[in-house]
Design a protein around this ligand. Structure first.
Ligand code: SF4
Length: 369
């Protein structure tokens, strides 16, 4: 089964750390984008999909009618399963309970709320447009609007963050009626204002303490860490993101979107004007001709992505699919990692422990085929 990712490339204002492709939201651009998106969606042969994910950018800048239009088009052109997970990212700065009701009625059944932090000082360091109260209110409004699958998205390693502020964020998140929490460590990306210099980034030891404090608290509160940065309460994993970590298949629409058929990966340029140009009219012919080939899915990718999850990798599966298994040296290295508490191994499965998640880069650089 495929997943379908839709990139909505609009934001009110660019955050100084953000590397996702987005441009300023303007009405005429958004209209043009929706038309071109429709033509891109229909340019691909129909697939059967059981997840849809509207990400960005800021999908919640789209009015509910536009979201309905996109989902209706997907349903009429592709085979979207009845019980499909349909996720949408939403920014607390751009939603009300009415728009949330509209998204729910349009068919969105999972909401990912970009809170980042609940501490005013940390939100200010990130240049976010919403307040901590907005973030809490959005989660409560989403429940009221009928969402029973809500994720709170947080960020770790924010400038000036400490283990104490991290614990407070974990406490607030876990106290809300949410089913899922994502917490990614801030990455300084080239080309962003933060890359020109930002003060107060916690050092490695503090980051490690923040991460372990966060994970430990969520575990006490009944959350299962099913991926390095993702936690679920009640088993509601993000089925769409699992397709990425399991090297599955998905179509990606919109400027800057990526896709994979499970064997090859492709990306569409990060350019709205190019998108409007390529798909301004219905198109026919090879649907991949406007995409770049990004590479082939290989054992290295399967190991790197699979080890992000708590289920880890099946060595038998990787051998069957890619013909790779660890050599003698790598086996000895894995045994040492197991003794040190970073890895857990059975005859077939290989997983990282929580301590292993923290040093996953070093482990992967030794292990990767
Ligand atoms: S972090 Fe989110 S809201 Fe901020 S610029 Fe990036 S996509 Fe837009």
């Amino acid at each position: 089964m495929y997943g379908i990712y839709i990139h909505v490339p609009f934001c009110i204002r660019k955050c100084p750390y953000c590397d996702f492709y987005s441009v300023a939201a303007q009405e005429d651009r958004m209209r043009g984008y929706l038309d071109a998106l429709g033509s891109q969606i229909c340019s691909f042969p129909p697939v059967s999909a059981d997840t849809v994910y509207l990400g960005g950018g800021t999908p919640s800048l789209l009015p509910p009618e536009a979201v309905r239009q996109i989902l209706d088009l997907l349903r009429s052109h592709h085979r979207i399963a009845e019980e499909a997970e349909i996720s949408m990212e939403c920014n607390p700065a751009s939603v009300t309970v009415e728009t949330l009701r509209g998204y729910r009625a349009a068919g969105v059944n999972r909401l990912s709320v970009g809170c980042q932090s609940f501490q005013p000082a940390l939100l200010a360091r990130l240049g976010r447009l919403h307040t901590a109260e907005d973030a809490v209110r959005t989660v409560l409004d989403a429940r009221e609007a009928g969402f029973d699958n809500i994720s709170v998205d947080l960020m770790l390693g924010i400038p000036d963050a400490t283990p104490e502020t991290t614990l407070r964020d974990a406490e607030t998140a876990a106290s809300l009626p949410v089913d899922h929490i994502s917490a990614y460590i801030l990455k300084i990306c080239e080309g962003t204002p933060f890359a020109d210099g930002v003060e107060g980034i916690p050092d490695d030891d503090t980051q490690a303490e923040c991460y372990l404090t966060f994970c430990g608290y969520l575990e006490q509160q009944g959350f299962r860490q099913y991926e390095i940065s993702n936690f679920t309460r009640g088993g509601k994993t993000c089925r769409h993101n699992l397709k990425y970590w399991n090297c599955g298949q998905w179509l990606g629409f919109g400027p800057g979107a990526h896709m994979s058929n499970g064997e090859d990966r492709y990306s569409y340029p990060r350019s709205l004007s190019r998108f409007l140009n390529d798909y301004g009219m219905p198109v026919s012919g090879d649907p991949l001709r406007f995409f770049s080939h990004e590479g082939t899915v290989d054992a290295e990718e399967a190991v790197i992505l699979g080890l992000r999850t708590d289920k880890g990798i099946s060595l038998k599966e990787i051998r069957g699919r890619f013909g790779w298994s660890p050599d003698e040296r790598q086996r000895r290295f894995l045994d040492q990692c197991e003794k040190a508490g970073y890895v857990s191994q059975t005859e077939d499965r290989l997983c990282l422990t929580r301590a292993g998640f923290l040093v996953s880069n070093s482990i992967l650089s030794e292990l990767c085929p």
